[in-house]
Design a protein. Structure first.
Ligand code: PLP
Length: 437
């Protein structure tokens, strides 16, 4: 285990130095469902949580554990659990502390999949999600009551790319005994939400952490920095006997292992029951991605900054959306407080020619891929009004930050000259045809 504080080193060295069984330096893929018990006493102890070892790969697996240890170290957290997707990460993170009849307060600036989960699927389960505008952090306090179990937000939500006021909302939550769950998918390395008071961090590892567009996955990381026992009435699921685990109380039983009651409960109840686990093969892919994450993020941020500057000088572009280039000084201030070493790899912009120009621009791209994804090493682009947001009315689209001519770029790590050349020729085609029309 390295003592380094640097992300680039932790991503390569955190966790065991080599495989304990074989000495293998690259983390082996433990493609096994189950792990043999030494004897019946060993088996009984593992099930009673008296000893800790691998039992069954739905709950833990050595390959996944290696990824979990590295992500925990990178985030400065206490323990992590890999899951099958980013969607599973947000769903399980909330279900771990929320019953029917409870509520959470969420930022309105959300990935569409999270919005659907919160506004529709959770509603059918009796979990209410109260949406508030994050430009006013106090809105979180006003929406809270005795049944509020968590606050939820994204660090760098697209398409608005307005950085979330993490410390401000975490502080309000802590004064009421409510933990802040941050989806940090778009800002690994450049933001560590635990440093600003978040209690839980979730990721879609599908994006920057994987980085190569090969696997779907997610992770829940427990900051180990929230006192669940001090707010026992708000968190009965952690502080009262759990009938699904012969009446044990999670905050009491887990105490000798450290401040990880939330994570251990997530693993041994919701993951046990829902089964949204990550395959060891995918965990291996994410470890490969993680090892170069710091390097890639540097390039993503550098290239995206250059793209944003280039676009802001282009005649066909009416507006560029990039952290640090907002009209609001407060939002730009948040970008400089919460993002370190770069402003992320996502860039939005609006074309003067509206919907038709947006579509023509996408069709003219040669280097950028036209996909509904972000965070790949390759450059990606999408026109939300005709794709991801097409089911919304134009007014609803505007409320989420999508105008007819809005284009979202996930800037990759290709040479910047090739990225700009592709944008240049596509803008010329989109704009030239707009003028001719
Ligand atoms: N969170 C954010 C910010 C995302 O962008 C996405 C996917 O685009 C998700 C969560 C969901 O991740 P996954 O596709 O891995 O389920």
């Amino acid at each position: 285990m390295t003592s380094s504080k640097h992300a680039a080193t932790l991503a390569l060295h955190a966790g065991p130095r080599s495989d304990s069984a074989t000495g293998a330096v690259a983390v082996p893929i433990y493609q096994t469902t189950s792990f043999q018990f030494r004897d019946t006493e060993h088996a009984a102890n593992l099930f009673a949580l008296k000893e800790v070892a691998h039992i069954y790969s739905r709950i833990t697996n050595p390959t996944n554990e290696a990824l979990e240890l590295r992500l925990t170290a990178l985030e400065g957290g206490a323990m992590a659990m890999t899951v099958s997707s980013g969607q599973a990460a947000s769903a399980l993170a909330i279900q771990n502390i929320c019953h029917a009849g409870d509520n959470i307060v969420s930022s309105t600036d959300l990935y569409g999949g999270s919005w659907n989960l919160f506004a529709h699927t959770f509603q059918t389960m009796g979990i209410e999600v109260r949406f508030v505008d994050p430009t006013d952090p106090e809105a979180f306090r006003r929406a809270s009551d005795a049944r509020t179990r968590a606050y939820y937000a994204e660090t760098l939500p697209n398409p608005k790319l307005a950085v979330f006021p993490i410390a401000e909302v975490a502080r309000i939550g802590r004064s009421l005994g409510i933990p802040l769950i941050m989806d940090n998918t778009a800002a690994p390395i450049i933001c560590r939400p635990f440093d600003h008071g978040a209690a839980i961090v979730v990721y879609s590892t599908t994006k920057y952490i994987g980085g190569h567009g090969t696997s779907i996955g997610g992770v829940i990381i427990d900051g180990g920095n929230f006192d669940w026992e001090a707010h026992a009435e708000r968190f009965p699921m952690l502080n009262q006997p759990d009938p699904s685990y012969h009446g044990l109380v999670w905050t009491e039983v887990v105490k000798p292992l450290g401040p990880i009651a939330y994570l251990i409960k997530a693993r041994t109840t919701v993951q046990r029951d829902i089964g949204a686990c990550m395959s060891p093969f995918s965990a291996f892919q994410f470890i490969q991605g993680l090892e170069t994450l710091a390097l890639r993020m540097r390039e993503h941020c550098r290239n995206a900054q250059s793209v944003a500057e280039y676009l802001s000088r282009h005649d066909a572009v009416t507006r560029v959306i990039y952290p640090g280039m907002h009209k609001s000084k407060e939002i730009d201030r948040r970008a400089s407080v919460y993002l370190n070493g770069g402003r992320g790899g996502l860039v939005g912009f609006e074309l003067a020619g509206g919907m038709a120009a947006g579509r023509r621009f996408i069709d003219a791209l040669k280097l950028f891929y036209h996909v509904a994804n972000i965070g790949d090493a390759r450059s990606l682009a999408i026109h939300p009004a005709s794709t991801t947001h097409s089911q919304l009315s134009e007014d609803e689209q505007r409320a989420t930050g999508v105008t007819p001519g809005y284009v979202r770029l996930s800037v990759g790590i290709e040479h910047i000259d090739d990225i700009i050349a592709d944008l240049d020729q596509a803008l010329e085609q989109a704009d030239g045809l707009s003028r001719a029309a």
